[in-house]
Design a protein around this ligand. Structure first.
Ligand SMILES: [Zn+2]
Length: 152
């Protein structure tokens, strides 16, 4: 099973995003309301969690962010190439509704998806962003962790 947004092979969650139910990976599930975890073999999930523990995120400092003008950049380039939204959605292997939401700035692609757009359209959508560790450490996160989702 592949994530509907970034195409990653991963544990998937049925997630309600902009009123559309999609099967997305844990990284992309933060975009919407998680309804349920799509059944996967338990061993696979444990392996994923284990590898996350073995490779903790670096404590500092530089992260990648998607530029705020992503929707303009994508639309302009798509029109330049003479592609319809349907065409680009097909090439990107995403749903047309998602493509529309992206260009209407209703849905900000994550870094993974933005990088696929970069590759496809030869545009720049991802920037490096320096983050102070002390600040980010105290920042509350409202995203569901894998532990939270299992409890549901
Ligand atoms: Zn994903």
């Amino acid at each position: 099973m592949q994530c509907d947004i970034c195409g990653k092979q991963d544990v998937l969650y049925s997630t309600l995003i902009e009123g559309v139910e999609m099967q997305v990976c844990s990284a992309c599930s933060g975009y919407g309301k998680v309804m349920k975890r799509v059944a996967v073999k338990k061993l696979q999930l444990i392996a994923n969690e284990k590898s996350m523990l073995e490779h903790p995120a670096p404590s500092a400092a530089v992260s990648e962010v998607v530029v705020d003008t992503y929707h303009i950049l994508i639309r302009n380039k798509r029109e330049q190439l003479g592609l319809k939204q349907e065409d680009l959605a097909k090439v990107m292997n995403i749903k047309l509704s998602l493509m529309q939401h992206i260009e209407q700035k209703k849905f900000k692609p994550n870094v993974e998806l933005a990088k696929r757009f970069e590759k496809q359209l030869k545009i720049k959508l991802v920037e490096l962003y320096r983050e102070d560790f002390e600040q980010s450490k105290g920042k509350p996160s409202d995203a569901l962790t894998i532990g939270d989702i299992i409890k549901i």
